[in-house]
Design a protein around this ligand. Sequence first.
Ligand code: AMP
Length: 245
Amino acid sequence: MKRFIGLFFMLGLLTSAIEPPLPQTETKKQIVLLIGPPGCGKGTQAAPLSQALQIPHISTGDLFREHMSKNTPLGKAAKQYIDQGSLVPDELVLNMLFERTSQSDCKNGFLLDGFPRTIPQAKALSERLKDAHLIAIHLSLSDEAIIERISGRLSCTHCGLVYHKKYAPPKKKLVCDHCEECLIQRTDDQEEVVKKRLQVYHEQTEPLIHYYAAEKRALKEVDSRGEKDQVFTEILKNLNESLCR
Ligand code: AMP
């Protein structure tokens, strides 16, 4: 119960449309999935959401980037797919993810950003977490807006914080405000690779929207065109509705 106090406190501040909190008997593991095209704001929203919900934020993209920066065998295997804008094969993703979710901080639940990305991944997750309460948030954004957002994106090589050349520039050019390390454009954020990632998204990940919509009330739709705080409030409202059902 304690882990939801932060969520309800923030909801109190952010919106007047508050539903009553969860009943005391709620004990299920809570799994929140952020599904959406590259650049729709999954990573941006995941950090404050993880704080509000008091569950860890797990980004499969970040896990792969960590492996690549350490040059591990998994990092080397994943790099060839990531640099081309393709998906890493399910088997590699699933082993890496389930190793992470078996850690003790995930015992009450977790927030997934960038997973699942294919129907077999979604099925493997459901199979693994049969008794969990799962809610998928679909953050929608048009392809044009995505290309504009991603081609201006800069990422910190050290802490992973994300900036935008035009909309969220760092105080000092190409230097992270938080840890003062260098900012770079990820290889997979270059325009041609982004187009490929979008194609992959439409073909392999978008079917998940129908997959979760078919599961009673497992899918919530959020328009991610708005300001960061507005989108955040909208996600919290949707989660609250789902958690209080
Ligand atoms: P992201 O930071 O979530 O955009 O992920 C960056 C890249 O990592 C993706 O373009 C994929 O190549 C790979 N990746 C991340 N998550 C997955 C996943 N669930 N399944 C397959 N590939 C993934």
